[in-house]
Design a protein around this ligand. Structure first.
Ligand SMILES: O=C(O)CCC(=O)C(=O)O
Ligand SMILES: [Fe+2]
Length: 221
C-alpha cells in the first residue's frame, strides 16, 4: 500500500522548510552510509542546529494527518534527514535499514516517507522509483506533498538531470507491524468514513466491536 498525501505541509510550513534548505550547508550524503557507491546526494550536516526545529514541523505534520494516522498507525517517527540532489546526483537501487539507532529507543522501519520540498517542474529526473510489481512505480510530487511506502520495497532516486531536488526523508515504526493488517484497518476506516453517517446505534456498536477486536489482535504496544 502506497499512500500519497497532497499538502502534508501547508503553504507556510512548505515555505519555511524550503527557506531552511536553501540556506543550509550540505555535506556529502555518503557521510551517513560509508562505503556506499550507490549514494550520490547531499545531506544537511547533523550538527545544523535549525535542522531539529524544521524536522519537528515535518514530524508533527505527519502525526496530525488523518491519512497518515489511518494508513500508517505511527508509533515512532524519527527526525527527518534533509537531502539535496543537483544535476548528476542520484541514490541508486537499495533497501533501507530495518532498524534505526534513534534515541532513546531504536526504531523498526515499517514505512519510509519522502516529503517533497521542490515541485516537479523545478527539476528533471529525480523520480522516486518504487519496485512494487513487474513495473516500477515513479513518484514525483509537488513541494509539501509526501509519499509513504513499505520500507521493504526496493527503491531508488533516479539521477537529476536539471535543477535541484530537495526532500525530507524519514521512517515510521507502526503500531501495526504487518502490512496486510494495516491494509484491512485502513479499509475499515474508509468504510466508516463512507457509510458511518448511515449507521444506527446497533451498527455503531458492531463497528466499534470490529475496530477494537482488530486492534486487540494486531496492535503492538
Ligand atoms: O529522497 C527520496 O525520495 C528517498 C531517499 C532514500 O531512498 C533514502 O534516504 O533511503
Ligand atoms: Fe531509501
Amino acid at each position: 500500500m502506497i499512500t500519497q498525501i497532497t499538502r502534508l505541509l501547508d503553504a507556510s510550513q512548505t515555505r519555511k522548510a524550503r527557506a531552511f534548505v536553501e540556506q543550509a550547508e550540505f555535506v556529502e550524503g555518503k557521510a551517513t552510509n560509508r562505503g556506499s557507491n550507490i549514494k550520490n546526494n547531499e545531506q544537511i550536516s547533523e550538527n545544523d542546529s535549525d535542522q531539529s526545529e524544521i524536522g519537528r514541523i515535518v514530524v508533527q505534520a505527519l502525526l496530525n494527518n488523518d491519512d497518515v494516522l489511518n494508513t500508517a498507525f505511527p508509533r515512532g517517527v524519527p527526525s527527518p534527514t534533509f537531502s539535496r540532489y543537483q544535476p548528476g546526483m542520484y541514490y541508486g537501487l537499495h533497501m533501507d535499514e530495518a532498524i534505526m539507532n534513534t534515541k532513546p529507543k531504536p526504531l523498526r522501519t515499517d514505512l519510509s516517507v519522502t516529503v517533497f520540498l521542490s515541485s516537479g517542474d523545478e527539476y528533471d529526473g529525480g523520480e522516486l522509483e518504487l519496485w512494487t510489481g513487474t513495473e516500477p512505480q515513479l513518484v514525483k510530487l509537488d513541494a509539501g506533498d509526501a509519499v509513504i511506502y513499505p520500507t521493504g520495497l526496493i527503491h531508488q532516486v533516479r539521477p537529476v538531470t536539471r535543477g535541484t531536488r530537495y526532500a525530507a526523508v524519514t521512517w515510521i515504526q507502526s503500531q501495526i507491524p504487518e502490512l496486510k493488517h494495516r491494509q484491512v484497518l485502513s479499509h475499515y476506516y474508509q468504510l466508516v468514513a463512507r457509510m458511518g453517517h448511515k449507521a444506527d446505534e446497533t451498527d455503531r456498536l458492531l463497528m466499534e466491536s470490529v475496530r477494537t477486536g482488530l486492534y486487540r489482535m494486531w496492535m503492538e504496544l
